[in-house]
Ligand binder design. Sequence first.
Ligand code: SF4
Length: 364
Amino acid sequence: MLEKYTALAQSALNDELLSEQDALWILDSPEVELLPLLQAAYEPRRKYFGNKVGIQILNNVQSGLCAEDCGYCTQRKDSKVPIEDYPMKSDEAILREADRAARAGASRYCMVLSGRSPGIERTRKLAGLIRRIKEETPIEVCLSAGFMDDARAALLAEAGLDRLNHNLNTSESRYSEICTTHTYAERIATIEAGKRHGLQSCSGLIVGMGEQSKDIVEIAYKLRELEVPSIPANFLIPVEGNRIVSDGSLTPQRCLRVLALLRLINPRAEIRAAAGREGHLRGLESLALWPANSIFVEGYLTTQGEGVEATYAKIREAGFEIQGNPLSAAQSKSELAAPERYQLPNLQGDSILKPTLRKQELPS
Ligand code: SF4
């Protein structure tokens, strides 16, 4: 049986397309053994990314007030979820947060704006901000701001944007079930507009929204066809008040199989364990680092995630290394430096645990 996993790894290392039958086997078969599957996914991960883990920090630069109706989103029109709505943050706040993300060891700073698409003036403003961040802070800059056409993509590319995010979210045939105010084709058009202007695409999916395994396979193939170099896998966070809350499919094992599938179909892409990793992967969370080579810290658009310290400890304990950036690398004695020896938490000197010896039951 182990030959099966070796063959999966080899075919990914050779850039061969995984068959649909194998893809569905990975997601659904009771025969699958998790650890050999993760090891198979780890082989291409190691080839292209070593043991490094890229950290992204999101800044929800503009929140809520959206006219679209994406069913998974707390910011959609008519949302009753009590989130904080606000217009675009000040330039100073956006720049300050970029600097903070770099000092915290993130390799990417992802600015996200709610809404269908920025106007051309707003896009110019974003381009100016991107230029300033690139000049002042040694961090890659990503942007997720809705639909982009050629004019907008050209402005962003000229400003030095590193990646343009626009997720596919689900398969084409299911798109109208999650959103009625725009189409899947519009999403593809945005990715293609970015590519025409030399922008790297970042595009992924959200699982746990009622999709079938064949939908996940379809998205993974589509991302390969689009040659997307960065794929965030989001695990739906069930927020009370959202139209789509949970389909009950997301066990930790299911999440890991999805990550392994994405890696084996897109061996060279950055695969990110994104929103919901904390709640859905639970005790198996560190295993996500075998197929995935990047994660978010500190949270998502309107939900809190795991903090820097706890995440970095997990990464190191699993034997991986934080990718960082030139600024964090230069912080010689920073909080990012790996401790030479691990200390047991909250145990020092006299407070070290002493074993409580059990008395032997002596025969009378
Ligand atoms: S995902 Fe984006 S476009 Fe859709 S409702 Fe949320 S903020 Fe609006």
